[in-house]
Design a protein around this ligand. Structure first.
Ligand SMILES: Cc1cc2nc3c(=O)[nH]c(=O)nc-3n(C[C@H](O)[C@H](O)[C@H](O)COP(=O)(O)O)c2cc1C
Length: 318
């Protein structure tokens, strides 16, 4: 994928791009400490949707990042309210006051913030890892769903279901627009997600590896070097399930019955100090398909170009 930064494709209109007010329905995943203004503003400027995280729990820093986004870009951006990690419910009011138009809620009950945020005019998508969770979110009145397969990086339902199975299942049962997450890194995987019922995609691991991502080069290089088998699933029989890069530490933890969250104690030494054994590097299986560090422009625009080439090529089977 080698689209030049200037090679900006024509907008791709779907219900997701219309709701988000963006040229391309490509969303950068919320990721603790990483999904901050440096990365998110690059994605929004490229025509996708940058998202600011709250799962770090560092709400003062998050508030500064949201304000910084206003300075760095006049394009739309979103905020993720990671409910399990945000104990201060005033974050919702802060997001509203800042004029943010789009929120994803995750890791919690979809009824908690949906009506409050929607009453203030925001668009709300809830992240779901199962059909039951999808139906509950739709009942709660969300505008759309982020349907997240278990191959993705990050916190996971221990009973993980792959995007290939979950996405068409949910799409066959709901009418709201869907953003697919888990395993998507380029135009062909985006085209596959659209074939399965999505109208937008969210990329986590691919965005960790982006040139503008603030993480240490050691982690980006580990993603580039990773085989498709180089992630581990932690807490298969307890919670929270986690998908992370295979390292010496995580290969040991893989066998533990319960990995508790103290493992994140030195997370910034890993994320920003580059010590891959200091903590666990949340990473998806799609690392096995990522071969180079590219700029956000190259990722977003290259994805749209490749998506269109793929869709056109499939036309020969009509
Ligand atoms: C480093 C990292 C941190 C993440 N943190 C969050 C988070 O705070 N909130 C959330 O909803 N999802 C989080 N996720 C999951 C992503 O939002 C996304 O759905 C997932 O990465 C998609 O799969 P992929 O890694 O194959 O692209 C995280 C993923 C990664 C890789």
């Amino acid at each position: 994928m080698t689209a030049a930064a200037s090679d900006r494709p024509a907008p791709l209109r779907t219900r997701v791009s219309e709701l988000l007010g963006v040229d391309y329905p490509i969303v950068q995943a919320p990721m603790g400490w990483i999904a901050r203004s440096q990365l998110a503003s690059a994605v929004s400027a490229a025509g996708g949707l940058g998202i600011i995280e709250t799962s770090s729990g560092e709400l003062d820093a998050v508030r500064r990042e949201i304000i910084e986004m206003r300075r760095l870009t006049d394009q739309p951006f979103g905020v993720n309210i990671a409910q399990a990690f945000v104990r201060d419910p005033s974050i919702a009011d802060f997001v509203i006051e800042q004029g943010v138009r789009f929120v994803t809620t995750s890791a919690g009950d979809p009824t908690k913030y949906t009506s409050h945020l929607k009453a203030a005019g925001l668009t709300v998508f809830h992240v779901v890892p199962t059909l039951a969770a999808a139906m509950k979110a739709v009942d709660a009145g969300v505008d759309g769903l982020v349907v997240e397969g278990g191959e993705g990086g990050g916190f996971k339902n221990p009973r993980d279901v792959s995007t290939m199975v979950l996405l068409p299942l949910v799409a066959s049962r709901v009418d709201v627009p869907i953003i697919a997450a888990g395993g998507i890194a380029d135009g062909i995987s985006m085209a596959a997600a659209f074939a399965l019922g999505a109208e937008g995609v969210q990329m986590g691991t691919r965005m960790v590896s982006a040139a503008e991502s603030p993480v240490h080069g050691n982690w980006k290089q580990a993603i580039v070097d990773a085989a498709e088998t180089d992630t581990v699933f932690l807490n298969r029989f307890s919670r929270p399930g986690l998908r992370a890069l295979r390292t010496e530490l995580t290969t040991r933890l893989e066998r533990d019955e319960q990995v508790d969250l103290s493992v994140f104690g030195r997370i910034t030494d890993l994320y920003f100090g580059g010590d891959l054994e200091a903590s666990i590097a949340l990473t998806g299986q799609v690392a096995g398909r990522i071969d180079t560090v590219e700029s956000v422009d190259e990722i977003v625009h290259g994805t749209v170009h490749e998506f269109r080439r793929c869709v056109a090529a499939l036309d020969r089977y009509r």
